[in-house]
Ligand binder design. Structure first.
Ligand code: HEC
Length: 292
């Protein structure tokens, strides 16, 4: 509607005053039909274009329903049709930890049925998961530790597990162990296991060196147990290091112990002469050269 009271082609509010009007004279309101004034061309916006289309489709006098924007109508009908979906969307349910009147204990969260084991969480390999065989700590690294290091990155091995040489698996286990040891343990125990890590140098209680006789003679299962359950003032690492990685660390600690107490007899024959050769450099120098 514009300021003249026009709406479409109807003029309904034009006031005619008689020529010599006196106060109190009745004023006749004349309502009459006038032809639509010619449309002024305005630049078409998206809206005015749509309005014009509607106007063309609905000449004056067509029923009101024809004037309703069809798009709106379709949306409205679609929304009505969608209503029965809400029932499924908004089903009766409990929020997490909500109280329940249905169960005797008043809880909506149900306890696990006793003896239930989540898929993939069966821990039937007792030595692998506890480091013990009965009461005794196991002395060997369990076979499942090799499987675990393979399963972590099977794409690094170009063969199925069954075909891989034992020495390759052992190397992979030690490398994984070194990486985890350097991350989690060396800060206190030192890179070589002497017990002089940075945290100890800054005042934390000094752990025993891995190279004392008692720890060299301890069973591998003892180290697994220390990582899993902690020991004295050392905390448990079970939440950060899974069973496979714990065994990898144990394997690496055993290698560290060997390395610090090795004699010439421990070096394989064909490697012995390399020890004497001056051009064989230590590992760190060699890796620096690799980078270049
Ligand atoms: C925050 C420092 C710290 C970190 C990190 C740490 N330890 Fe310890 N660890 C200690 C201290 C301290 C002791 C000595 C505890 C005691 O005797 O009360 C100890 C003792 C040990 C012992 C000797 C147990 C014995 O029989 O005497 C082993 C084995 C061991 N840690 C393994 C590990 C391994 C493996 C890791 C890495 C997963 C690790 N520790 C990480 C501080 C640490």
């Amino acid at each position: 509607m514009n300021c003249r009271g026009e709406m479409g082609g109807l003029v309904f509010g034009r006031v005619r005053l008689p020529p010599n009007r006196e106060v109190g004279t009745r004023i006749d309101l004349a309502v009459r039909r006038e032809p639509h004034p010619p449309l002024r061309r305005r630049p078409l916006t998206k809206h005015s274009r749509r309005n014009e289309r509607i106007r063309r489709l609905t000449p004056p006098g067509s029923p009101w329903i024809a004037r309703v924007d069809r798009v709106l109508l379709i949306l409205f009908v679609a929304a009505l049709a969608g209503c029965d979906r809400l029932d499924m969307y908004d089903q009766p349910r409990y929020e997490a930890l909500e109280a329940s009147k249905f169960f005797g204990d008043g809880l909506s969260a149900r306890p696990k049925v006793e003896g239930t084991i989540a898929r993939g969480a069966l821990r039937d390999d007792v030595p692998f998961y506890t480091g013990r065989d009965g009461e005794q700590p196991v002395s060997q690294i369990p076979a499942a530790a090799y499987r675990a290091v393979y399963d972590r990155h099977p794409q690094r091995f170009d063969q199925p597990f069954e075909h891989i040489e034992q020495s390759r698996l052992r190397m992979a286990l030690l490398e994984r162990g070194r990486e985890r040891f350097d991350i989690y343990c060396s800060v206190c125990h030192g890179r070589t296991g002497d017990g002089d890590g940075m945290i100890v140098r800054r005042g934390f209680r000094r752990p025993p060196s891995y190279h004392i006789d008692r720890l060299r003679q301890s069973a591998s299962g003892h180290f697994y147990d220390v990582i899993s359950n902690g020991f004295g003032s050392m905390a448990s690492y079970s939440s950060r290091i899974d069973a496979g990685d714990r065994w990898a660390i144990v394997a690496y600690i055993r290698a560290l112990q060997l390395s610090q107490n090795a004699t010439l007899e421990d070096v394989p024959d064909d490697e012995r002469e390399n020890l004497a050769r001056p051009e064989v450099k230590d590992a760190s120098a060699r890796s620096k050269e690799d980078v270049k």
